[in-house]
Every structure is written in structure tokens, then in C-alpha cells.
Ligand binder design. Sequence first.
Ligand code: FES
Ligand code: FES
Length: 157
Amino acid sequence: MEHAVEATLTVNGKQVRRRIEPRMHLVDFLREELGLTGSHLGCEHGVCGACTVRVNGQIVRGCLMLAVQADGCAVETIEGLSDSKELGKLQKAFHEKNALQCGFCTPGMLMAAQDLVLQKQKVDREKIRAHISGNYCRCTGYQAIVDAIDEVINGKG
Ligand code: FES
Ligand code: FES
């Protein structure tokens, strides 16, 4: 930690001040330093979406952003959304529609889906697919995931 930089982040509403190694990615910081292992690490190259978190209200890839770049920012992870109304509805719909199997993609998928729900727009299945197109799922074939999000946004499966 010789070259560590001091940074202050607000993570799920709590202020966190740490000395951070400059090359550490945000998702590694969240997982290793804060124990927030709900954000998963898949490709580590910004492709799979498993590491999706929200920074200052924007969905970002936690494996592409350095933790020190989040200095002064508000970071939300799946753990911080566990009490949110939208997430509760999405989790119920994912469960009912069998929209998860191994669950590896699920936290990132839920973060992306919640982002769409928060936009409060009527969206068709094509738009739902486009919105989650950066989140890979190897198990479900996406149909059930789109069903679940469609159910929450449009009240149908
Ligand atoms: S681990 Fe970040 S996009 Fe795949
Ligand atoms: S449920 Fe296994 S990767 Fe999506």
C-alpha cells in the first residue's frame, strides 16, 4: 500500500474512507475491502455485466472503474438495494418466472433491471432486451428474465 491514495466514498449510504491502491478496481474494492460480494466478477473486461453497480445514479461496470475514481461519489450495490421497493418486486418476479438458475448474473441483472424500472417508462420487450444487453446470462436464454422485468414494468408476463 506504499502508493495508496486516500479516498472517501459513500457506499450504500455509509461514508467509507480508505487508503486504496490506485490500480484497484471498484468491484475488487467493494468485494475485498468492504465484503460486499453480491457484485460478481466475471470477465473483468467490461463485457459480462456481472459487476454492475451504480455510481452517482448511473449504472457502471465495477471492473472498468478504478476505486479511486469513485472518490467523493455515491456508490450503490445490490446489498444496498435490498430494501428498495423495485428490487423486492423484481426479485419476486425473477423467482416466479424462474429467471435465474446458477444466479451468477443475477445481482448485475437486477441492478440493470432496477435502473429500467426507475425510469418509469412503458417499455416493450425489445427495449427491455436492449437495456439488459450488456448483462450476460449463460443459463436462462433471457426469455424468463425479460418475462420477469416485463411483469414488473407492464404488469404482464
Ligand atoms: S466482470 Fe465486469 S463486465 Fe464482466
Ligand atoms: S442464471 Fe446462470 S448466468 Fe444467469
